[in-house]
Design a protein around this ligand. Structure first.
Ligand code: ADP
Ligand code: SF4
Length: 680
């Protein structure tokens, strides 16, 4: 380990327990909940194995009246839940890490569709994220007493399960305690409403209850969002956020501080860079003598060490960095800094919570597969004794991931890339405004590949079918990617039609610098893809001086970015660049724009259009090879099979390599419930 990083491996006392180092894997959604515990336990165990000195469980509902419905959370509703938690604790502790549980009650963010209980909160109001038309019941004093009892019981169960640290949760606007604190949601006039100290009362009481129960044997942490920068009426780090820290400064054993809501806390790299929360949170250390953990998508060990040295934080908190690389601490310890798989801040992990599914990660294809497929992020078993040779055509995310894994298993890999550099779509997309960090997808993989003496890579080598035929390799893997369609086919339209009357471009033309449009000219960016691409191209063109209109057949802008928590930020950004919006505006089969509500034809007075629709797989070479070379093992991977997200291309590359090495399992994986199901 380099001397300058030693400070990151100091032991730190948290009340009665001691963390072995300063790496703190903070609570985050895993998509695995109480009903699929093995997957969630394995994610956390992997972080402990990778050196995170403290590993926390995500929000754990304390009772049925905090039912987050389709967002899979943990539960500790009654004693039957204890065994599951105890097994998780054991898996964390066996690696020498501390285990933490984040007890929570969703208050006015719960939905209670499953439990059927009334949603409860400080006031009678529509619930806070009204995906369902439900209102909360205003809790009376006896309801508050019952809630405190439930919280106390959850603390007792957490102690029984063996946790070292028990969280009281008042963050992200996802907690009843935040709802009592905020004047947005607390409209009471009794001793729990009105003045700041009244609104703080329940949080203080719950903290004191928890401390009383653990009797100094476990640590009590308080997770608190010190600021709500996006809310017009909200907690501010220089207002009531600071007042809370001052009022409760020495009460918890640990402060875990961040900003709220979730789109602010988990801001993407397109909008926020490493350390983005510090301007809000770094005052906390000046107020309390208790240790402080903070987050900010930290992946650079220099930044981490400097934050500790400057007394800004005691622990480096990581949710996304610990997902992207569960072995980040160990790699710093073993001085393998260039092999850290840095989070790129894309929020594909976050999007899975919206679906209620186990997390996926662009950088770490093994996340969520630790238990059910037995995939380890750092180890590939060498089940085949012989060393095979592989030719991989294409060095985009799928080709590079496939190469990296095959090399790890001891095979020989030659990569042929048509372009002058590796990376495929990553290089192109990382050149767009705000997406620079995405290049890490390539860089991490190239670092691993370059360090392996069994690898060779040839640039400017566009292979033809006859080149491939003559190549001496036992196996050929096609990772030749995809290209953007120019024929009108997109998400809302499966039929191709002519766009010849337009001065037509696609994202590929933007990447190739093919635009021949006079500066300041009007341009329509037509989004029938609905993820980030059209919005980021609109942003680029506006920055380049064009007069841009963003048009889409859907009713909202870049619809799918709602799941990556970026949609509002994208709209604000495009607004700030004077980009015009046209929603419900569809290109019909005559190549005319039509308003899908009024049926009126829209005329934009320009022929310049960037059509962002569907993509086509670049699989011609693969199909030819399959026909002509039946003496070789031929595979395809990534966008050349089916165009999708970068995350999907990486996962595809990984899956193809694993199935070659470990034997094809035809997509099957272990399942918790079904295998242990007993009907009685
Ligand atoms: P994926 O997302 O599936 O990894 P990409 O589009 O990012 O796909 O990458 C595909 C890569 O394949 C690109 O870098 C492209 O230059 C390369 N490629 C495509 N056809 C050939 C070919 N015939 N020979 C060599 N490289 C190719
Ligand atoms: Fe980071 Fe993206 Fe992975 Fe999430 S999905 S951890 S944001 S790289």
């Amino acid at each position: 380990m380099l001397d300058r990083y030693k400070i990151l491996f100091d032991e730190v006392k948290i009340g009665p327990v001691t963390a072995p180092n300063r790496f703190f894997a903070v609570p985050h959604a895993t998509g695995y909940a109480w009903n699929q515990p093995s997957g969630a336990i394995a994610i956390r165990a992997m972080k402990a194995e990778g050196g995170w000195g403290t590993v926390a469980v995500q929000i754990t509902e304390i009772s049925p009246d905090s039912d987050f419905a389709n967002h899979p959370m943990e539960r500790i509703w009654d004693d039957t839940d204890i065994l599951r938690h105890a097994k998780g604790v054991e898996q964390i502790k066996k690696h020498g890490s501390l285990s933490a549980i984040e007890l929570g009650h969703g208050g006015m963010r719960a939905r209670n569709i499953l439990s059927g209980s009334p949603v409860i909160g400080p006031s009678a109001l529509p619930i806070l994220k009204p995906e369902v038309p439900v209102q909360s019941k205003m809790m009376d004093l006896s309801d508050i007493k019952i809630f405190r009892e439930k919280h106390k019981n959850a603390v007792k169960r957490s102690v029984k399960a063996g946790y070292d640290i028990i969280y009281v949760y008042a963050a992200h606007d996802l907690s009843i305690l935040s709802h009592f604190l905020s004047i947005r949601t607390n409209q009471r006039s009794d001793e729990y409403g009105g003045s700041f100290s009244n609104r703080l009362r329940l949080l203080r009481e719950v903290l004191e209850d928890a401390l009383e129960i653990v009797e100094g044997k476990q640590a009590i942490a308080l997770r608190f969002s010190v600021s709500e920068p996006e809310k017009s009426i909200g907690i501010r780090h220089d207002g009531e956020g600071r007042d809370v820290i001052e009022a409760l400064a020495e009460l918890p054993d640990l402060w875990d501080v961040n900003i709220s809501g979730w789109p602010m806390d988990s801001s993407t790299s397109r909008f926020s860079k490493e350390g983005f929360q510090l301007e809000f949170t770094d005052f906390v250390k000046n107020i309390t003598s208790k240790p402080v953990v903070g987050v900010g998508r930290f992946t650079s060990p220099d930044t981490m060490a400097s934050l500790i040295k400057k007394n800004k934080l005691d622990f480096i908190g990581g949710a996304r960095p610990s997902i992207a690389d569960p072995f980040l601490p160990k790699k710093i310890y073993e001085n393998k800094i260039d092999l850290i798989r840095e989070c790129i801040g894309c929020n594909i992990c976050v999007s899975m919570d919206g679906y209620g599914l186990p997390i996926r990660c662009t950088q770490n294809p093994t996340i969520s597969e630790e238990w059910r497929r037995k995939w380890h992020p750092e180890i590939v078993s060498k089940t085949k004794k012989t060393q095979d040779s592989f030719l991989i055509i294409g060095s985009g995310p799928s080709g590079l991931e496939c190469a990296r894994v095959l090399l790890k298993a001891g095979h020989k890999v030659t990569i042929a890339e048509a372009e002058k550099e590796s990376g495929g779509r990553i290089v192109k997309e990382a050149s767009l405004p705000g997406l620079g960090e995405w290049i890490r997808v390539r860089d991490y993989r190239m670092n691993e590949i370059n360090q392996n003496s069994n690898s060779e890579i040839y640039y400017s080598s566009r292979l033809s079918s006859s080149d491939i035929k003559n190549f001496e390799a036992d196996n050929i893997i096609f990772a030749t990617g995809s290209y953007w369609r120019r024929d009108g086919v997109g998400s809302s339209n499966p039929h191709s039609f002519s766009l010849d009357h337009f001065n037509l471009y696609t994202p590929d033309d933007i990447f190739e610098n093919n635009l021949e449009i006079k500066s300041r000219a009007p341009v329509i960016v037509y989004d029938d893809d609905h993820f980030y691409m059209a919005s980021v191209i609109a942003e680029k063109l506006a920055l380049d001086g064009y007069k841009v209109t963003y048009a889409t057949p859907l009713a909202s802008v870049a619809t799918w970015t709602g799941l990556t928590l970026e949609q509002d930020k994208i709209i604000n950004k495009l607004n700030s660049l004077n980009i015009q919006f046209k929603v419900n505006c569809k290109l019909n089969l005559n190549g005319k724009f039509i308003n899908t509500l009024s049926r009126d034809i829209e005329d934009f007075n320009t022929e310049n259009i960037i059509f962002v629709g569907a993509r086509l797989q670049n699989d011609e070479l693969y199909n030819q090879a399959k026909e002509k070379m039946n003496n070789k093992n031929i595979f395809s991977t990534g966008d050349c099979v089916a165009p999708g997200m970068i995350q999907a291309a990486v996962l595809s590359g990984h899956t193809v390599a694993r199935s070659i090495i470990e034997g094809d399992k035809d997509g099957f994986f272990l399942r918790d419930q079904i295998e242990r199901f007993e009907f009685n």
